[in-house]
Design a protein around this ligand. Sequence first.
Ligand code: DGL
Length: 265
Amino acid sequence: MSDQRPIGIFDSGVGGLTVVSEVWKYLPAENIVYFGDTARVPYGTKSKETVTKFSVENVEFLMTHDVKLVLVACNTASSLSLEFLKRCFRVPMIGVIGPGAREAVSATRSGRIGVIGTNATISSGAYEAAVKRIDKKLKVYTASCPLFVPLAEEGWVDKKVAQDIAGIYLKPLRTKKVDTLILGCTHYPLLKNVIEKVMGPKVSLIDSAMEVAKEAKELLDASGALNKSQALGGHKFFSSDEPARFIKIGEHFLKRRIDCAKRKD
Ligand code: DGL
């Protein structure tokens, strides 16, 4: 059996394209519909009520494309709204928190895990709770790094300013001697080099985008919903604001050309 329906992926903007990029690696035959809520980004500074209202609308939009699975690529939406979304919709849904936390728990040797994310993700305590649900004894230390988002969008990922900002944000986590660090925001995989330089080579960086793609593959396989076609999947990109900027910035995140993106009406 082969299920050709697309996987729906949404994010507050372009950042979730890091998840699309990983889904391409693990599930190349799958069709994808991506929605970036560029008109209302950022979510990382907004309240739970607002992010949840936006997230419900985003899933409703993806449902109009008959998606077989929804990936909540946005860490902020996953932290604040995933449980509510799962109660509202019958389509299977995976957020980034669970997969990232599970991978961090299996990677840590010292039992000291760091988490970085937006203000909303960090103050929700979602990663901390997910790690503790697996093993209460683990120590979790967190830091919000809001300036990483504009740095990634500007493409300033190798500049000295990125290194300096990372040095300030990550100092408390270095002091706590974490051996594993969860990159708890869609944008942070772009800053991996700088984060690695600051944290040192012994700290494992956990990329939630990669983990969610692996989990999507497992879920589709287990439920007999993989697209078994030999051809590469098709992709549709939508944004809520004007697509030109989405395409320009999105290509950095995707590391590929985006031929077409449409505005969601
Ligand atoms: N996509 C958001 C996240 O992963 C980052 C950008 C925003 O604040 O909306 O948390």
